[in-house]
Design a protein around this ligand. Structure first.
Ligand code: SF4
Length: 346
């Protein structure tokens, strides 16, 4: 195949994109108005939406990657993500556990143009969270780990390469399911979300951890058998915004009480190219002899990621650090965002 669409079609038959865990995108055909503009079918790059005889959508669970692209394409709610906010609110109200929030770097601007990390923290504490951490801090830790993995794994700068595992679960599934011959190059690091849950629970074994971000696929990642247990609930920014509204909390009115300790490197993970920039900068500082020949390449959107991987596989592209994000622009373009990707200011 010589273009990404053909690459995707070639594998459609093989039903390979299922995440191997509970589906988190669900169809509600009763809500469908058969609008066709824009259709949920065209929003799904994997061909996972089918129509029944009445034109209503259903999801082929074997093809669905839980990316959630289709959710924003339907203004009538005929496609939606499974939400966990009822059990979460119960837990916060019953005060049975210390509940931590791990907030993704793409939060900037989502709850109001000038809402700071400190105001978001105050808002979450008001809801009943015990403490709030930035997932970007754990992205910082994973960046350092990936810089050392690059040093160890890429022996021949021209031909070897490392594929980052930070932080898009769809990117990893795309490789494992459609490019298994490249899977040996994937960094063994977990995503910053999983790292945040594991570190918090190492320090506080009875704590519960809620990841809050723009991503629907993270709901699925948190349930994967080898990662399960690190994160208890995943909320999108849209879901959190609904909870704030119901609780009459406006983050813009809350005090700015920041406790952030993440760096620039962790915060730029929210945009495509952020991981490469962070690892490149870390190499310059920690292993400068490897920084000179560090050649990153990045792609976003499933079709472009597919094309990039195909080019790497066929040797058309010379690069030794490969980054892919399933959403256009990176996580700032995730389906659970509140503002358009171009306004995301990580
Ligand atoms: Fe989720 Fe970000 Fe990947 Fe989109 S790019 S699927 S928001 S991790």
């Amino acid at each position: 195949p010589n273009n990404s669409e053909e690459v995707i079609n070639e594998y459609d038959e093989e039903a390979l994109m299922g995440m191997g865990s509970e589906p988190v995108v669900i169809a509600n055909p009763e809500a469908c108005k058969d609008c066709k503009n824009p259709t949920c079918e065209t929003a799904c790059p994997l061909g996972a939406i089918a129509r029944d005889e009445l034109g209503r959508p259903s999801i082929d669970k074997n093809k669905c990657a839980n990316d959630g692209y289709c959710i924003n394409a339907c203004e009538f709610g005929a496609l939606a993500e499974k939400s966990q906010f009822v059990p979460l609110i119960k837990m916060l109200r019953q005060n049975t556990h210390k509940v931590y929030a791990s907030v993704a770097p793409a939060f900037a601007g989502q709850f109001g143009a000038n809402v700071t990390a400190g105001q978001l923290r105050s808002s979450l504490l008001k809801l009943g969270f015990y403490e709030v951490v930035e997932t970007a801090l754990y992205a910082d830790l994973i960046t350092i780990k990936e810089a050392f993995e690059y040093d160890e794994h890429v022996k021949d700068d021209e031909h070897d390469f490392l594929i980052t595992s930070c932080c898009c679960p769809i990117w990893i599934k795309l490789i494992e399911n459609k490019f298994p011959d490249l899977a040996g190059h994937i960094s063994p690091s977990v995503s910053p979300m999983i790292a945040s849950g594991r570190v918090i629970k190492e320090l506080e074994p009875d704590a519960k951890v809620v990841f809050i971000g723009p991503c629907v696929a993270k709901k699925s990642e948190a349930q994967l058998p080898d990662l399960k247990g690190a994160i208890d609930f995943v909320l999108t920014f849209q879901e959190l915004s609904t909870i704030f509204e119901a609780a009459n909390i406006n983050p813009a009115d809350e005090p700015d009480e920041e406790n952030a300790v993440a760096s620039w490197g962790g915060r730029v993970y929210g945009r495509t190219g952020g991981v490469s920039a962070a690892v490149g900068t870390t190499l310059e500082k920690l292993i400068p002899r490897r920084a000179e020949k560090f050649v990153p390449v990045k792609a976003d959107g499933i079709p472009d990621c597919t094309k990039l991987l195909d080019d790497i596989r066929t040797g058309k592209l010379a690069a030794n650090f490969i980054e892919g994000m399933a959403c256009k622009g990176g996580c700032v373009g995730g389906p659970g965002r509140i503002i358009p990707p171009e306004q995301g200011t990580v």
